[in-house]
Design a protein around this ligand. Structure first.
Ligand SMILES: NC(=O)c1ccc[n+]([C@@H]2O[C@H](COP(=O)([O-])OP(=O)(O)OC[C@H]3O[C@@H](n4cnc5c(N)ncnc54)[C@H](OP(=O)(O)O)[C@@H]3O)[C@@H](O)[C@H]2O)c1
Length: 337
């Protein structure tokens, strides 16, 4: 089968190539999926480039990539199931995630076939395309965790999403609106009309205004870039408000080359948290138990993945470079025949 492979870390256009590799098989508890679409997100860029260095110790491979085929989120058709699998059968349209646990490793989604643990798969609802389904798992999971579990967003809450135009943010805006919140979306000027079109009640261009300088106070701030100090964030929150930090390394442009940018902020949050009235937390990446909920949201129309552009399998390097340009609004998708 054809797959995108890399034998070393580096710029996507320099280290990724389309190659013929062995087709995987379905082990016990797994399904072999014929991939029809996959999606890209910043952690795939990190795993391909090997930055920050710390990820190499977290399972990606110290000297070279341990798994040669990158990619985590996918959608496709079940080709075969491994021993013990009863909830899926050949011909089922499915979506999910090839890797489980943290995202700093490769999973093998950028290939014609991938074997996936069925605990990380769900059926694609009728009317949802492979591309929409592939755009959903890890971005949607982080959004559910930020909005529902950490943010506790309910009807009438004032929610601000900083970095709303990206993968996670575009899901978070829609979910918070679905919960009945009033949502302010912060991102670059050219993305703001689209953010209004997916439900944002108000928008702020980060190049023009600093949301922490406003008089407005928010019950929940979901922060992807983490580009304002915790002190300023606390001033923009109500006294019992909640701050949910996701983190973004700006594709190597922010934070340390060894640890990235998020770890220091989490340490500051842990040190400050016990002494303030507001709640400050992060998110984890474990998609399995949220796929059914995401499928339900796709089915009832409360979530519509925002797809900026799709690329063919051979153009994964271009897709990752486009993602890193900061231009996409929503998700960048890989479409296979
Ligand atoms: N998406 C996933 O599936 C996934 C999975 C696991 C983990 N994560 C992690 O979650 C984080 C977010 O991922 P993502 O997919 O949402 O990233 P993304 O698609 O790159 O989106 C980030 C957004 O933040 C905006 N932004 C950058 N600087 C900003 C600022 N100063 N103020 C306001 N907005 C700003 C960016 O706009 P400009 O570039 O135009 O400035 C962009 O729209 C990353 O750390 C990623 O590694 C994501």
């Amino acid at each position: 089968m054809q797959a995108i492979v890399h034998e070393r870390y580096g710029e996507p256009s320099e280290v990724l190539r389309l190659a013929e590799v062995d087709r995987p098989t379905a082990s016990p508890g797994e399904a072999l999926v014929r991939v029809r679409a996959a999606s890209v997100h910043p952690d795939v860029w990190h795993v391909v480039t090997g930055h920050p260095y710390f990820l190499r110790l977290m399972g990606a491979g110290v000297r070279r990539p341990r798994v040669p085929v990158p990619g985590s989120d996918l959608a496709g058709v079940v080709e075969a199931v491994g021993p013990g699998v009863t909830d899926f059968e050949p011909g089922d349209r499915v979506f999910g995630e090839v890797i489980t646990g943290h995202q700093w490793k490769s999973g093998g989604a950028y290939a014609e076939y991938a074997s996936v643990r069925t605990s990380a798969l769900a059926h694609i609802p009728d009317g949802i395309s492979f591309e929409q389904a592939a755009a959903t798992p890890s971005s949607g999971f982080l959004a559910v965790q930020a909005v529902d579990e950490e943010g506790g967003v309910t009807a009438g809450k004032a929610v601000l999403v900083n970095g709303a135009g990206g993968g996670v943010g575009s899901f978070a805006v829609q979910l918070a609106r679905a919960r009945g919140a009033t949502v302010t979306a912060v991102d670059a000027g050219p993305k703001l009309d689209t953010l209004r079109s997916i439900g944002a009640n108000g928008v702020i261009d980060y190049a023009v205004e600093d949301f922490t300088s406003h008089e407005n106070r928010y019950d929940v701030i979901i922060d992807i870039p983490g580009n304002r100090s915790l002190g300023r964030i606390r001033r923009a929150l109500t006294p019992d408000g909640r701050y949910v930090f996701i983190g973004h390394d700006r594709f190597g442009g922010a934070g340390s080359r060894v640890f990235g940018s998020a770890i220091l902020r989490f340490l500051r949050m842990a040190a400050t948290g016990p002494f303030v009235s507001q709640r400050m937390t992060g998110t984890q990446t474990k998609v399995e138990d949220k796929l059914a909920l995401l499928a339900q949201h796709l089915a009832d129309g409360s979530l519509r993945p925002l797809i900026d552009r799709s690329f063919p399998l051979a153009e994964v390097p271009a897709a990752l470079e486009y993602l890193a340009s900061g231009k996409p609004v929503g998700k960048v998708v890989i479409a296979l025949e």
